[in-house]
Design a protein around this ligand. Structure first.
Ligand SMILES: [Zn+2]
Length: 234
């Protein structure tokens, strides 16, 4: 084979191999969760799967799966491997941040990613009943609910919701008057609110039993709105 042809042939073979590897990863990522895949997954593996998904997201390389095919394959039942409790912020959708799709994760969303009784009940369903192996309490930077809680905003039913976030502020030491203009304080309260959420979940008897049996892990994470990256806090 002339040198040029040989070089071309080598390049083509390398490209083919790369495509095959990418296709292999996509096939694994696009496979829907089943009772068998869920049963085989450890809490640590569930966490790794979300971390890998966020790495694909921030690298701008999400998997493009056939969502309608996933709809068909999950129509008979679901077996999500994780549950995420996040904020309603339009810039923080868990499925996109973790590069997950139909049937992969439960998502519960409420302003300020607050753990209240009903959210706790939803997560007890997601884990004890439906078998998810991991709960992520996902806070984020520049959170409007956290800012509102710091400023003591009063508005309809929002007043009561924000009051439930206030203890996170009360638990911190800071100088001067609390204000949402203090960016560092906003971030610290958001982080503390995630910690408090994780602690509340860990105390719930139904979840604590699963954690003890190593069938569940509860972790916290902060999402940076400016980069899409996550910092795992617990
Ligand atoms: Zn928020």
């Amino acid at each position: 084979m002339p040198p040029l042809d040989r070089r071309f042939a080598l390049k083509a073979a390398a490209a083919l191999a790369a495509t095959a590897t990418t296709a292999g990863v996509a096939a694994a990522t696009c496979a829907v969760q089943t009772a068998a895949s869920q049963a085989a997954m450890t809490p640590a593996a569930a966490l790794q799967r979300l971390q890998d998904g966020n790495a694909r997201f921030v690298a701008g390389q999400p998997e493009h799966c056939d969502l309608l095919e996933q709809v068909r394959q999950t129509a008979g039942g679901q077996a999500p491997f994780a549950a995420v409790l996040g904020c309603i912020d339009s810039r923080a959708p868990p499925e996109l941040l973790f590069d997950q799709r139909i049937g992969d994760i439960f998502t519960a969303r409420i302003a300020g990613n607050l753990v209240d009784d009903d959210m706790l009940g939803s997560l007890e369903f997601a884990t004890h009943v439906a078998g998810a192996r991991l709960i992520v309490v996902l806070g984020h930077s520049e959170c409007g609910a956290i800012k509102g809680a710091i400023d003591g905003v009063k508005l309809g039913h929002l007043t009561g919701l924000l009051a439930k976030i206030r203890p996170a502020l009360g638990a911190l030491k800071y100088q001067g008057v609390a204000s949402s203009r203090n960016a560092e304080l906003v971030q610290r309260v958001a982080e503390r609110n995630v910690q408090d959420g994780v602690a509340r979940l860990a105390r719930a008897p139904v979840l604590a039993k699963l954690v003890q049996a190593e069938r569940l892990k509860i972790v916290g994470a902060m999402h940076d709105l400016g980069t899409g990256r996550l910092t795992w806090t617990t």
